[in-house]
Design a protein around this ligand. Structure first.
Ligand code: ZN
Length: 277
């Protein structure tokens, strides 16, 4: 009797153990399945979701940009003789070129003379720049002097009226085609912004020529102008983009951050703003 009872207990416990094991392994299996399901599927879903989201965002931002530029074209910027009229001429980030002109008669209201060496006589408006650019020019000239170089400021601000005279005079004496090639139409000269200055080496002061880049001053400017917020506005090999031949002497103030980005990317203002396709 005792033997039977012990045998019965043994059988029951063996049965119990094997049942537990089975349920344990099923659980394990389930868990594995669950994990593998959840490891694979959500990943794919997530990746797809991200891609979709990004695409949506891109599409949306593209649309926004398109809407914005349409708005700018239609409501803010006006056209005149096929040229865009810049609506915010006071911005130091503005782009003036052969396609984008300043409003007729625009004159900056903060023109000052920088404390630097000038080629132009006292009282000449060529000595003027907007305050922010004049301050930066002083820093630039001081840095050049520290490095043993001798810069001279040749030509800064030029009024709408003055540019008109130059242009009309060129048309009268050299013909329309020549005038359009070598002088800016009134309103399209960057010198009217008060943010541009032509500079020269003191030794070659009367000459604004491409050979300026062969002087120590020209080389120094190319490498250092951006540190003080200026860019070489018409770089070599970018004539198709800027509309102007290489002018190593023509500096344009855009502020330190933008100047540094443009310098590092070896690009142009037009490309920086995506105005050149
Ligand atoms: Zn110039």
């Amino acid at each position: 009797m005792k033997k039977i009872a012990i045998l019965f207990i043994l059988m029951v416990s063996v049965l119990l153990i094997s049942c537990q094991q089975e349920s344990y392994s099923t659980e394990k299996q389930d868990k594995r399945n669950y994990q593998s399901d959840h490891k694979k599927e959500p990943e794919i879903v997530e990746v797809n979701a991200e891609v979709e989201e990004e695409t949506d965002e891109e599409e949306m931002s593209e649309q926004d940009t398109a809407n914005e530029s349409e708005q700018t074209d239609d409501t803010v910027e006006q056209e005149e003789d096929g040229l865009k009229v810049i609506d915010d001429p006071k911005s130091v980030e503005l782009v003036v070129n052969k396609q984008r002109k300043l409003p007729d008669g625009y004159e900056p209201d903060d023109l000052v003379e920088a404390n630097v060496s000038y080629y132009a006589a006292e009282g000449d408006p060529k000595r003027l720049l907007r305050q922010v650019a004049a301050n930066a020019l002083e820093e630039l000239f001081q840095a050049a002097e520290t490095d043993g170089l001798d810069l001279v400021a040749v030509s800064g601000y030029r009024s709408y009226q003055r540019q008109k005279q130059i242009y009309e005079n060129n048309v009268a004496t050299k013909g329309q085609e020549h005038a359009d090639k070598f002088s800016a139409k009134p309103g399209t000269s960057e010198h009217q912004t008060g943010l541009a200055m032509d500079v020269a080496s003191a030794a070659l002061v009367a000459v604004l020529e491409q050979s300026f880049i062969e002087t120590d001053e020209g080389k120094w400017l190319e490498e250092n102008a951006h540190k003080h917020g200026f860019i070489i506005r018409y770089p070599e090999g970018k004539e198709d983009i800027t509309g102007y031949s290489y002018e190593p002497w023509h500096l344009r103030y855009v502020g330190e951050d933008m100047a540094t980005e443009i310098y590092q990317a070896q690009t142009t203002l037009e490309e920086y703003f995506g105005l050149y396709p």
